[in-house]
Design a protein around this ligand. Structure first.
Ligand SMILES: Cc1cc2nc3c(=O)[nH]c(=O)nc-3n(C[C@H](O)[C@H](O)[C@H](O)COP(=O)(O)O)c2cc1C
Length: 206
């Protein structure tokens, strides 16, 4: 276990090199796994620049190293940092739900993230949704360790599966039999939200 902590800490130290800004200050020194988990929060306000592709590759690599049933790797991931694609989806959404843009922080329907990962599960495998959840867990934690904010997103998926969103879903090009499950927005945080309360009452020992 110590070995794991040390190697994650070393990785955190490595990936924090070159980062700057408020949300990344805590990554200037290595965080333990516990610190990474406990300090991650969903981010909905970002600096405009997308996450560098090599960093997204590292985040995706950590995602696909999640435990998964029978190592079927029953997921597919599509990542976009294309502002035109993100704007086109947002514009189509706003035609139906114009009130969404009333939020003074509104930039796009992915909770303003400049980089978005879309995650689809293999519908032929009954545990694939769990695989995809664990994949995303790894991704958001690794991102946080690198000073990159994230927010898991269910609501844009509903739109992408509607008639108006379908052309964009097709552009994502998931394989036959894969179902878009959720998205994760990524970017450099421009806010530091407080933790939402959690209840240990959900946990019982027998
Ligand atoms: C499957 C899933 C779907 C979510 N969908 C949305 C969403 O559509 N919009 C949003 O703002 N946050 C969304 N969230 C983020 C949650 O609101 C957030 O994780 C939760 O409130 C706990 O806050 P924390 O992540 O800061 O600890 C989603 C999270 C998960 C895991």
């Amino acid at each position: 276990m110590n070995k794991i902590l040390i190697s994650v800490a070393a990785l955190c130290m490595l990936v924090s090199c070159g980062n700057s800004g408020t949300a990344t200050e805590k990554t200037d020194k290595a965080m333990t796994v516990e610190e990474v988990i406990m300090s991650r929060r969903s981010i909905r306000k970002y600096k405009p620049q997308p996450v560098e592709r090599e960093k997204m590759e590292k985040i995706a690599l950590c995602g696909i190293n999640a435990p998964n049933g029978q190592n079927k790797q029953s997921w597919e991931i599509r990542i976009t940092d294309n502002p035109e694609f993100i704007s086109a989806i947002t514009d189509a959404y706003l035609k139906i739900y114009p009130e969404a843009a009333q939020d003074s922080n509104f930039v796009n329907i992915f909770r303003n993230a400049p980089t978005v990962a879309f995650i689809a599960n293999d519908t032929a495998y009954e545990l694939s949704q769990i695989d995809c959840g664990l994949l995303g867990g790894n991704m958001v934690l690794m991102a946080h360790a690198m000073g990159i904010g994230s927010c898991c997103l269910g609501s844009p998926v509903r739109f992408l599966k509607s008639a108006e969103g379908m052309p964009f879903l097709k552009e994502l090009g998931f394989s036959q039999g894969y179902n878009l499950l959720y998205a994760i927005g990524f970017g450099y945080p421009d806010e530091e939200p407080a933790a939402k309360p959690r209840s240990m009452d959900k946990v019982k020992f027998l």
